[in-house]
Design a protein around this ligand. Structure first.
Ligand code: HEC
Length: 156
């Protein structure tokens, strides 16, 4: 009997943890699934860039695993146009309306990242720190090249 109660009690405990976890995640949601997915992907992109930067700065050893980060950046760049469906902007996101009203310029900003990330992939494949650093700088410029005109400041 007490064993059963224990099981029930721990079941309740687990359930309440899940609920708390969901509540926390929900408070960070924009309320728009497309926007949430976009922001999550941008965070992944930032993570890949950070991994490459650590090697470029000499804070981490080069390893072939870095090719996966480079491939990840390139893949996200390739799919970036799909991250901004019409109707996924709004107050709770940092996406400026110009993304949809100046589509040609926005697409150019995506293309710039696509070109740079292809160069980064090649540089990472060489394993040469100097080359990686240079290509990383060029890629980072394209992040800013889009964020500046098309992303709202953090405390918008
Ligand atoms: C073509 C435009 C564009 C490019 C290129 C771009 N971003 Fe973004 N990024 C955005 C926009 C717009 C947002 C705001 C998204 C939102 O809140 O709806 C954003 C948001 C982010 C965020 C914030 C996520 C959060 O916590 O809210 C990070 C991190 C990020 N980008 C990293 C990068 C990195 C790193 C690169 C370059 C490798 C990059 N982005 C390239 C448009 C771009």
């Amino acid at each position: 009997m007490s064993g059963l109660l224990g099981k029930i009690a721990s079941g309740v405990l687990v359930t309440s943890f899940v609920v708390i976890g969901a509540a926390v995640a929900h408070s960070e949601s924009t309320g728009n699934a497309d926007a949430d997915a976009r922001i999550a992907t941008m965070k992944q992109l930032g993570g890949h860039m950070k991994a490459v930067a650590a090697v470029a700065k000499g804070e981490a050893e080069y390893s072939p695993a870095l090719n996966k980060n480079a491939a990840g950046i390139k893949a996200i760049a390739a799919g970036m146009g799909d991250l901004f469906p019409v109707g996924s902007g709004g107050e709770k996101t940092r996406s400026k309306p110009e993304i949809w009203s100046s589509k040609a310029d926005f697409n150019k900003a995506i293309e710039a990242l696509q070109v740079a990330s292809a160069g980064l992939e090649k540089a990472v494949a060489t394993g040469d720190r100097g080359a990686i650093g240079q290509a990383l700088g060029a890629t980072g410029k394209t992040c800013g090249g889009c964020h500046k005109p098309f992303r709202k400041p953090k405390d918008h």
